[in-house]
Write a protein that binds this ligand. Structure first.
Ligand code: PDD
Length: 285
């Protein structure tokens, strides 16, 4: 079956899903994106993703071309038209295509809204059992990482370095501390059983999965500290893991070739993954 994408009001075959070369997403990375997981044909934690979308577009003064309610309807229709069972919906909104290349915001230009789906069995991904290796790289990004901008070149380079090293993610380092993964939030479990993840702020993206995991852990009386941590702390930790819409909760078993604890996914990571999946299924729309 041919994949169906959404482009500015129409559902079209992927081969016909096109935007102008003058689109500001293409020219300036002047756009915002979101990725929501799909389990059993339903959207996971989507209200959180759409709330972050609203916040991100607000921060760059970009008006959404559709209401949040309509965007969710389009996401659902796209899932249905693609018969998507397990995977992801990618959504991008840009400041649209003007008649030329002026840096300042154009007047009277309608934003571009596109979406497409991809198939992924997040629950049964082999790395969910084995965990992943991470490498560390300098954090080369701009200083408004709280905005989910499509300007992802630093992450592309970080994740390419990880792929080249046979690792599953790159942890980005700034001032000696881990900011986050190339496309995920970073957590450790200390020897005295405190979950540590960096506090939200302009240095990291406020992860939707991070937020849900912190809340679920708090509800279970786990101790949580929202603060930055070093690679040395992570290597001395009991467990380490990442969270994102595309992996949920995923163990990190080595950092720059050095084992985290036993080099196997730890029991807390496995448990938090189960708890997250339960939450995801129970709240899917
Ligand atoms: N990335 N940090 C960064 C830099 C990210 O790009 C992402 C998500 C996260 C995790 O956020 P969430 O839990 O809301 O997915 C943290 C998506 C999945 C991507 O770029 O594909």
């Amino acid at each position: 079956m041919e994949q169906i994408a959404y482009v500015n009001g129409s559902f079209v075959p992927m081969a016909d899903a096109k935007v102008s070369i003058l689109d500001r997403g293409f020219l300036f990375a002047d756009g915002i994106y979101e990725v929501a997981a799909v389990l059993d044909g339903k959207l996971i934690d989507n209200a959180s993703h759409l709330a972050r979308l609203e916040r991100s577009v607000g921060e760059i003064e970009l008006a959404l071309p559709e209401t949040i309610e309509r965007i969710q309807e389009i996401q659902k229709e796209l899932v249905s038209r693609n018969n998507l069972v397990n995977g992801m919906v990618y959504l991008e909104v840009t400041r649209g295509a003007d008649t030329g290349r002026d840096f300042a915001f154009p007047k009277g230009v309608k934003p571009t809204l596109v979406m497409f789906t991809s198939v992924k069995d997040i629950i049964n991904a082999p790395s969910a059992k084995t965990g992943i290796a991470v490498i560390t790289v300098p954090d080369l990004r701009w200083t408004r990482r709280d905005i989910k901008s499509v300007a992802l070149l630093a992450q592309v380079l970080a994740k390419q370095a990880a792929a080249a090293a046979g690792a599953g993610e790159a942890w980005m380092i700034e001032d000696g501390k881990v900011t986050e993964g190339g496309s995920s939030s970073a957590f450790i479990l200390t020897q005295d059983d405190v979950l540590v993840t960096r506090q939200n702020g302009s240095e990291i993206l406020p992860g939707c999965t991070r937020k849900a995991v912190v809340k679920l852990a708090e509800e279970r009386q786990l101790r949580i500290e929202e603060r930055a941590f070093t690679v040395e702390e992570a290597l001395a930790a009991k467990e380490a893991f990442i969270t994102s819409a595309s992996v949920f909760v995923q163990a990190v078993v080595s950092i720059d070739g050095k084992k985290v604890a036993t080099g196997k996914p730890g029991p807390m990571t496995d448990r938090l993954r189960e708890i997250y999946v339960e939450f995801a299924k129970a709240t899917a729309v």
